[in-house]
Design a protein around this ligand. Structure first.
Ligand code: LLP
Length: 421
């Protein structure tokens, strides 16, 4: 459920009519709902119930300061994967003890940054990284809580580009080698082993892969404890999918996912961390765009929008489906015709949908891409010198621009022409 609904034939974001925001901000723009963000965070937080836990929002999904502040105020921890994300989290007021640092290639500079600013734990992904962190921490005279990310070789049954838990993926250390890696971690100065980390992929639409991976983590917890490690924290990653396409069966609910965690890991006496990104932000955002032209081609019709692959790259990159709806609700029973829905960028890959049945639309009309709150704005670029689109946050009948559209001058002034040219 989200808070983008038609009222009196007009799409609203909470209590604000979308055309009102479009008139104030111009198109295209991303539009987020505080109520949906809040609701989704709480579904996880309440779903884990009495089990000691911290929901660490994976900010890679949507890293706007306002979104981080909103979730931080609700009590969220944050999962970061770069020095930039760490700095953003701190700037939004997230305390170091609620920041988990993940990622397969952390540099020594990033390690230092996290140790200086404070960090809840660093999730290690390889032995070289583990040794480097030990050196950095020891040189700074500190001890840092760590987990080791294990790769359980479980098929997440998702798009190959976002599956991370198979042995051929670059992530984590093979679970079969955990014993020796943990033994080394325990010997190294500057590291305090606190738990185990796992993340098998994103947009998972079934619970079984989670169950399989978490069962392996449960066995590993017992094994490592028997080997003398104090395993008290389990970071279970993110990955729960969202319903992008209404006609498909909906993925499991957060409450069901949390049920698996409680069932498989509940008796270990560990604190759990989860790192949902998409489920919190995905359906809390839409991308609003305008029809520039309706073009009748030889064998198909094109809806040419003012948003493009640089604004929302998911359809080009993963062939992913986003529902695209007119902002003015079509009359019931109106005839739908197939369109290729495209952007103005100069490549054929700049296609959002092919043969998508749409009600009649003409120049200047607004459409909204649903489920665009996660991995939308954060993956956008200025390809074709198209300014990054603004982001707007709605709360009840209030709305505010939370990232402004840069001007052409802003864009151009980032370049530096050398004096000798
Ligand atoms: N934790 C780790 C270590 C991750 O790598 C990820 C996502 C998450 C948590 C959050 O996963 P989520 O709950 O959002 O599924 N750009 C792609 C998705 C990439 C996900 C990368 N890692 C997309 O647009 O589908």
């Amino acid at each position: 459920m989200d808070h983008f609904l038609y009222r009196n034939g007009v799409l609203h974001a909470e209590d604000v009519p979308v055309p009102e925001i479009a008139a104030a901000v111009g198109t295209p723009f991303y539009l987020y709902s505080t109520a949906t963000l809040t609701r989704h965070f709480r579904l996880f937080d309440e779903g884990l119930g009495e089990m000691p836990h911290l929901v660490c929002y994976a900010m890679k999904a949507n890293s706007n300061q306002a979104v981080l502040k909103l979730l931080g105020d609700l009590g969220a921890g944050i999962d970061v994967v770069s020095g930039g994300e760490y700095a953003r989290a701190k700037a939004a007021g997230i305390p170091g003890e609620k920041i988990v640092f993940s990622g397969v290639g952390k540099t020594r500079e990033e390690m230092r940054q996290a140790l200086e600013g404070g960090v809840r734990q660093i999730n290690l992904e390889s032995e070289p990284e583990m040794r480097a962190l030990s050196e950095v921490a020891a040189a700074m005279g500190v001890t840092v809580p760590v987990t080791v990310r294990v790769n359980p070789d479980v098929d997440a049954k998702t798009h190959e580009k976002i599956a991370t838990g198979k042995k051929e993926n670059k992530f984590g250390i093979p679970i079969s080698r955990a014993s020796e890696v943990y033994a080394e971690a325990a010997r190294l100065p500057g590291l305090e082993v606190v738990g185990i980390d796992v993340h098998i992929g994103s947009q998972l639409t079934e619970l079984q892969p989670f169950r399989d991976a978490y069962s392996l983590v449960a066995s590993l917890t017992k094994q490592l404890r028997a080997e003398g490690h104090e395993i008290r924290r389990l970071d279970l990653g993110g990955g729960l999918g969202i319903p992008y396409e209404r006609s498909n069966t909906a993925p499991p609910l957060p409450v069901e996912y949390c049920g698996v965690i409680r069932e498989v890991l509940g008796d270990l006496g560990c604190e759990v961390e989860i790192e949902p990104g998409r489920l919190i932000a995905g359906n809390a955002g839409i991308l609003v765009s305008k029809v520039i032209w309706v073009k009748h081609g030889d064998d198909r019709d094109f809806l040419i929008l003012d948003s493009a692959m640089n604004d929302l790259i998911r359809p080009s990159m993963y062939s992913s489906y986003h529902e695209i709806v007119p902002v003015m609700e079509p009359e019931p029973g109106v005839e739908h015709r197939p369109y290729d829905i495209v952007g103005p960028v100069c490549e054929s890959g700049d296609t959002f949908a092919k043969d998508r049945p749409m009600p009649p639309l003409s120049e200047g009309e607004l459409v909204a891409f649903r489920s665009a709150g996660a991995y939308g704005a954060v993956m956008s670029s200025e390809y074709n010198s198209r300014p990054l689109v603004p982001e707007v946050l709605v709360k009840g009948d209030d709305f505010a621009v939370i990232r402004a559209r840069p001007t052409f001058d802003d864009i151009i002034s980032r370049d530096i022409v050398p004096e000798w040219l």
